[in-house]
Design a protein around this ligand. Structure first.
Ligand code: GDP
Ligand code: IMO
Ligand code: MG
Length: 423
C-alpha cells in the first residue's frame, strides 16, 4: 500500500513544504489535496529559497509527478504566475498537472472574501485569496472547474454569468464592481497556458498506486484549521486532515499506509481565533525572531506560544498520525526551560480533551509542565545521538503526549538539516 499522507498537526506553517521536499527523494507522485494559494510552503535548497502556494513541493525533483488534486481550489491566474516564476528560476514545471475536477478561484471570490472580512460579521483573518467563497460556490454547486480551462467558450460563458451575479452583490454592498471583460481576458490568457496540464488525475494517481509506485499526499494548513475539527469558525474552508486526502485526491482509504504529522516544537498561528498557549511576552517575541515566524503568504507576524499537547493530541488522533516529523527544534536552543501544555483549566476543572466550544477554548488556561532546556546548538545535529539529552527527552515527551512516534527531526530549514530516527 504505497500511499502516504503528510499533514500539519497545528495551525499551519509547521514546515510541511520542507518535509515534502525531503521525502519526495523517494516518491513518484506528490498530490496536493485541499486548500489553495492560502498555503505558503517554503523549501530551501542551497542558497535558494522558494515559497510555493499551489504547486506541490515535489516540483524541485523533475522525475516526480506533481498533481493539483480535485479537492484543491486553484486561482488560474495565480497558478500560471507561480509556474512562470519557477520556470524563470530554472525549475522545470513540465511534470505539474491539474485535476479536471479542481474548482477555480476568480477575482470575484477574492472581492467576496474581503467583503466578508470587513463586514459586521466575524473577522477570521483570512489570507484574502478567496478560499472560503470558492469552496462555498463548490458546495452551492455553482463553481467552475478546471475542465473548463480546456474550453474557452464554456469558461467565458460560466465566468460571465457568475461575475455578473457577484456584481449585483457588490453593488448592494457598495463595493467596486468587477470589470468582467478585463478579468475574463486575464483568465482566458492563463487558461490557454494551463490547458495542456489539465488531466483526469484520479486515473493518474490510481494507476500509480496500482503499479506499486510511491504516492505522497501534501496537506496544506493544519488540523486545527480543519473545517470540522479546527477552532470553528476560525478555520479554513477545507478538510485539512488525512481523511481529506482520499476525497481530495480520489484514492480509497485502504490504499493509505503512513500518515506523517508535521509538528513544530512550539506552536504558531496566523489570523484570528483562540490560541491557549499564546505568549505575549519577550519569550513569544524570541520564538518569533529566532523562528523567523512571519507568514510565507501574507508576511503577517505569526502569533507564537508553547507546544500545546492537548490540541496536537487531538490532531494526531483525528489524522491517525503514526509518524511524527518534529520541526524547528533548533529554535528552542537558547531556552533555559521549556513549557509544554498538558491540560486546559476551564471553569476550575482540568481537562486533557480539546473542546469544541469556542467559549471554552477562549477561556482555557493552559496547565504547563516545565522541562529543562539544552542551551546549546542543535542545528548541526545529523542523527539522534548528536542531540543533547535534554532535547531527546523533550522530543520523547512530545511524542508520548500526542500518542505517536518521532520518525524525523528537523533542526534547520535546509535539506541536510533533517534526520530520521529509527524506532
Ligand atoms: P509550511 O506552510 O508548513 O510549509 O511551513 P512554512 O514554509 O510556512 O513555514 C516554515 C518555516 O520554517 C519556513 O521558513 C522554513 O524554511 C522554516 N523551517 C522549516 N523547518 C525548519 C527547522 O527545522 N528549523 C528552522 N529554524 N526553520 C525551519
Ligand atoms: P500553510 O499551508 C497558516 C489561516 C488564515 C486564517 C484562516 C482562514 O502554509 O500552513 P483562509 O484564507 O484559508 O480562508 O484563512 O486560515 N491560514 C493559514 N495559516 N498557514 C496556512 O497555510 C494557512 N492557510 C490559511 O490565516 O486564520
Ligand atoms: Mg506556510
Amino acid at each position: 500500500m504505497p500511499v502516504d499522507i503528510l499533514v500539519g498537526t497545528q495551525w499551519g506553517d509547521e514546515g510541511k513544504g520542507k518535509l515534502i521536499d525531503v521525502l519526495t527523494r523517494d516518491v513518484d507522485v506528490v498530490v496536493r489535496f485541499q486548500g489553495g494559494n492560502n498555503a505558503g510552503h517554503t523549501v530551501e535548497i542551497g542558497d535558494e529559497r522558494y515559497v510555493l502556494h499551489l504547486v506541490p513541493s515535489g516540483v524541485f525533483r523533475p522525475e516526480v509527478k506533481c498533481v493539483i488534486g480535485n479537492g484543491v481550489v486553484a486561482d488560474p491566474v495565480a497558478l500560471q504566475e507561480e509556474l512562470e516564476g519557477l520556470e524563470k528560476r530554472g525549475i522545470d514545471t513540465g511534470n505539474v498537472f491539474i485535476s479536471n475536477r479542481t474548482q477555480l478561484i476568480f477575482a470575484y471570490h477574492r472581492t467576496m472574501d474581503r467583503i466578508n472580512e470587513s463586514g459586521t460579521g466575524v473577522k477570521i483573518g483570512t489570507t484574502g485569496r478567496g478560499i472560503g467563497p470558492a469552496y462555498a460556490d463548490k458546495m452551492r454547486r455553482t463553481g467552475i472547474r478546471a475542465i473548463d480551462l480546456t474550453s474557452p467558450e464554456r469558461l467565458a460563458a460560466g465566468f460571465r454569468a457568475e461575475a455578473e451575479k457577484y456584481n449585483q452583490i457588490f453593488k448592494r454592498c457598495g463595493a467596486p464592481e468587477l470589470d468582467v471583460e478585463a478579468e475574463l481576458a486575464k483568465v482566458l490568457a492563463a487558461a490557454a497556458k494551463l490547458a495542456p496540464r489539465v488531466r483526469d488525475t484520479v486515473y493518474i494517481v490510481n494507476a500509480a498506486v496500482k503499479a506499486g509506485k510511491q504516492v505522497l499526499f501534501e496537506g496544506a494548513q493544519g488540523a486545527l484549521l480543519d473545517i470540522d475539527h479546527g477552532t470553528y469558525p476560525f478555520v479554513t474552508s477545507s478538510n485539512t486532515t488525512s481523511g481529506g486526502a482520499c476525497t481530495g485526491g480520489g484514492v480509497p482509504p485502504q490504499s493509505v499506509r503512513d500518515v506523517w504529522g508535521v509538528i513544530k516544537a512550539y506552536t504558531t498561528r496566523v489570523g484570528e481565533g483562540p490560541f491557549p498557549t499564546e505568549l505575549f511576552d519577550d519569550c513569544g517575541e524570541n520564538l518569533r525572531q529566532r523562528g523567523r515566524e512571519f507568514g510565507a503568504t501574507t508576511g503577517r507576524p505569526r502569533r507564537c506560544g508553547w507546544f500545546d499537547a492537548v490540541a496536537s493530541h487531538y490532531a494526531c488522533m483525528v489524522n491517525g498520525v503514526n509518524k511524527l516529523a518534529v520541526t524547528k527544534l533548533d529554535v528552542l536552543d537558547d531556552l533555559e526551560k521549556i513549557a509544554i501544555c498538558v491540560g486546559y483549566e476551564i471553569d476550575g476543572r482540568v481537562t486533557k480533551e480539546f473542546p469544541a466550544s469556542l467559549a471554552e477554548l477562549e477561556s482555557a488556561k493552559p496547565v504547563l509542565e516545565y522541562l529543562p532546556g539544552w542551551q546549546c546548538d542543535t542545528s548541526s545535529a545529523r542523527c539522534w545521538k548528536d542531540l543533547p539529552e535534554a532535547a531527546r527527552n523533550y522530543l520523547k515527551h512530545m511524542a508520548e503526549l500526542v500518542d505517536s512516534t518521532v520518525a524525523i527531526v528537523s533542526v534547520g530549514p535546509r535539506r541536510d538539516q533533517t534526520f530520521s530516527v529509527q524506532a
